[in-house]
Each structure stands twice: as C-alpha cells, then as structure tokens.
Write a protein that binds this ligand. Structure first.
Ligand code: SF4
Ligand code: SF4
Ligand code: FES
Length: 254
C-alpha cells in the first residue's frame, strides 16, 4: 500500500478535517472544538483561553469558509471545527472603558450617555445580536440603555461573558459589554432591592459573631476538616421551602 493510500485511510479512520489556523493548514479530528484543535495542531494557548467552558469569554474567535463573504464568530472552546474553516483568534479586544465612581452616579440614561456618548451612533443594524455567542439580544439592551431603561439593560445583558465579539463587528464602534456593565453596576448599586439577609450577615461578621467558630476551624487538621465537612448538615433535595439546619449557631435569622 502506498504512503498516500495509507494516509488517506488513516485520515478517514480518524475522521480528520482540514482547517486553517492563522493561514496554515492542519488536519484535525472533526469532533474537536477550535480550542482543542489548536492544541492538537501544536499551539500552546497562553492567552485567549481561560475557563474552557463558555463562561470567561477569553476565547473569541473569527472564522470564514472559502467562497463565503460571511465572517463567522464564536467561542473557541464551544465551537466545533468544520472542514475548511479559516480561523483567527481574538485573545483580547481593545474597547473604550470609562472610569467612574459608581457611588456618585445617578441610575439614568444620561449617565450612560455621559460616559459612552457613542451609544447614540447605534444604527440598529443588529450585527451585535447576530454575533453574540451567548444569544443575547445585544441591540435590544443597547436601545434600552439609550432610553434610560437601566433595569432592562442590566437584566438583558446579565449572561454577557465580555468576549468582545459584538464590539469587534459594530459599525458604530460601540463597546456594548462595557456599556452593559455600567448599567448592571448602576442597577446593583442604586435600583435593586437590598438583600436584608446579606446586610444582616455583614453585621454579624462585624460583630465578630463567627470568630470563635473560625478559630476552632483554624486549629483543626486537614483530616478533621474533611470529616466535619462530610458530616455537615445539608439542605434536603426535596425539603420544605423554609428549611433551616438544626444547629442554629451559624444561621442568619432575620
Ligand atoms: S452592531 Fe452596533 S450599530 Fe449595530 S445594532 Fe449593535 S450596537 Fe447598534
Ligand atoms: S454581549 Fe458582546 S461581549 Fe457580551 S457575550 Fe455577547 S458578544 Fe460577547
Ligand atoms: S475559554 Fe472561557 S469562554 Fe472559552
């Protein structure tokens, strides 16, 4: 059997597909994500790689197929390779980032426009929404921010992983994810209802209520810690709504 035939046979067996990374061809198993295919091809990912699970947004990637005018985008850790993908990674997208003291800001559209006046340049093209790997309606949250709907912007953008793909493609040079994070900070600091049990917990910490318990834990060996951790009382899966543990020493009661 000639070498050519052997190579073709082994490629078929492994189901290898050709992809192009930074313009160079590699044959990689068709089941791999772009991230794993890059490693398979010999790249060591130091930048542009974090959680590997679609959460951190570090692996924004652009790709294109031959004879297609379309630029496609995705997260390298979530997108499976396809034959003849031409791939380039965006390990970081430089975006306009305002500095502010959230305590001193009013939760209004005027505040957002003050720090990101380019928001008014949005032409409503929807490219940001089509680019978002988290399926967020980015255009909608930008239009809500323009209208001063801070709560709507904050809630709609909640799943943003800051990958920068929307900003990379925006013809109006918006940095949508930084606008959204300002809205979420305004919402969290000035609009959302305070969680009274968290405030209570802070008071308890300040009063030193958990000090004795922490000191006891610090004196224990790793084995003892494992033992009490494994024996701890946990909430039953099908418990009542108002469940509290039998040991009330470290429970925050409102
Ligand atoms: S890509 Fe830019 S201009 Fe187009 S809708 Fe989104 S924010 Fe507006
Ligand atoms: S809104 Fe933009 S930065 Fe956030 S996940 Fe979607 S594309 Fe990425
Ligand atoms: S590595 Fe974190 S989203 Fe891909």
């Amino acid at each position: 059997m000639s070498n050519d035939v052997e190579t073709k046979k082994s490629k078929k067996q492994d189901n290898l597909v050709p992809i192009y990374i930074m313009g160079k061809r590699y044959d990689v198993p068709s089941s791999l994500t772009i991230q794993k295919a890059m490693e398979y091809a010999g790249y060591q990912l130091v930048r542009g790689c974090g959680c590997r699970g679609g959460i951190c947004g570090a692996c924004g990637t652009v790709y294109r197929f031959p004879n297609s005018y379309r630029i496609e985008v995705g997260l390298a850790c979530q997108t499976v390779v396809e034959p003849d993908m031409y791939i380039a990674q965006l390990p970081f997208f430089p975006g306009n980032k305002a500095e502010y003291d959230i305590e001193k800001l009013e939760p209004t559209g005027a505040t957002i426009a003050k720090y990101y006046p380019e928001i008014y340049k949005c032409v409503g093209c929807g490219t940001c929404t089509r680019s978002c790997p988290m399926d967020i309606d980015v255009m909608d949250y930008i239009s809500r921010a323009i209208r001063g709907d801070i709560e709507g912007t904050a809630k709609l953008s909640f799943d943003c992983v800051m990958c920068g793909l929307c900003a990379a493609r925006c013809p109006a040079e918006e940095v949508q994810y930084n606008i959204a994070i300002l809205a979420r900070r305004l919402y969290g600091r000035h609009i959302a209802k305070r969680a009274s049990h968290v405030q209570k917990a802070v008071e308890y910490v300040e009063q030193g209520r958990f000090k004795k318990g922490i000191e006891q834990l610090k004196k224990m060996s790793v084995e003892e810690l494992k033992e009490i951790y494994n024996a701890r009382e946990t909430e039953p899966h099908m418990g009542p709504e108002e469940w509290t543990p039998a040991d009330k020493n470290n429970v925050i009661i409102e």
